[in-house]
Write a protein that binds this ligand. Structure first.
Ligand code: SAH
Length: 234
């Protein structure tokens, strides 16, 4: 039997945001190699053996070669393998590296998209990224290294920002006024979900004690978030 690897996006939160295809793959995969950013409710849907690997998204070095070698070896044994990643596998998830390594090894591969956190986590909270007259572009970047310049867009979404809020404030002030509205969204769709609203000038204090993973959103559209979250119903 020929093995195959499915590179699967688990979405940013609980199992309700999984695609039907991801669910189908979780039901047939014999082995599931997953990141820590995969919600337990998603893992519970897997029928095969669960193997936790790496801790992506927090800046630690992931033994990426070891993961790809393992995927290749399992596929060569004829196993059907799911490589399950938080959000979408192609957004800050080393998906590109794994696709290249598997292609180079001649392994059959299919990528299953997932709902990525910088879009889906906001959407699930009812929060817009664009808004007519306020924001007609958004950019997604990693906030991991605050010495690097930020992209230009009306709305900025920064991933992995929590350990770097002081440095990010300096970068943001090169682009935005200290009064520009800002949101920190932590653990969206997970227990401990927390939203904090403020302004660029409130960094780094606004992030104190916030659990990870978290997103930082900046731009005029964020000025609408207070009203949206305040009116979110009974
Ligand atoms: N591939 C993932 C991103 C991996 S990088 C995706 O497409 O979403 C990990 C970063 O994603 C975290 O540091 C955080 O910034 C963000 N993130 C992922 N899930 C999140 C969640 N449920 N709530 C808030 N931020 C999240």
């Amino acid at each position: 039997m020929r093995g195959k690897v499915y590179l699967v996006g688990a979405g940013f939160g609980g199992p309700e945001h999984l695609t039907l295809k991801a669910l189908r793959v979780l039901e047939v995969a014999e082995v599931v190699l997953h990141d820590r950013l995969v919600h337990p409710g998603v893992l519970a849907l897997a029928k095969g053996e669960l193997v936790p690997v790496g801790k992506e998204g927090y800046g630690e070095k992931t033994p990426q070669e070891a993961i790809t070698e393992r995927l290749v070896a399992l596929a060569r044994e004829g196993r059907v393998v799911a490589r399950l990643k938080g959000g979408d596998p192609m957004v800050f998830g080393r998906g590109g590296e794994e696709v290249l390594a598997l292609k180079r090894a001649g392994i059959a591969l299919e990528v299953v998209p997932g709902v990525t956190s910088p879009v889906g986590a906001l959407s699930a909270l009812g929060l817009p990224l664009t808004y007519r007259g306020l924001a007609r572009s958004f950019a997604v970047a990693t906030g991991h290294d605050p010495t690097l310049p930020l992209p230009h867009a009306d709305t900025l979404v920064l991933l992995m920002p929590l350990h770097a809020l002081g440095g990010l404030k300096e970068r943001l002030l090169e682009r935005f006024s200290p009064k520009t509205p800002l949101a920190l969204l932590a653990r969206v769709g997970w227990p401990g979900e927390t939203v904090r609203l403020g302004q660029v000038g409130d960094l780094p204090g606004l992030g104190e004690g916030l659990p990870s993973p978290a997103l930082l959103v900046v731009g005029e559209v964020v000025g609408l978030y207070g009203e949206i979250l305040g009116n979110s119903g009974p």
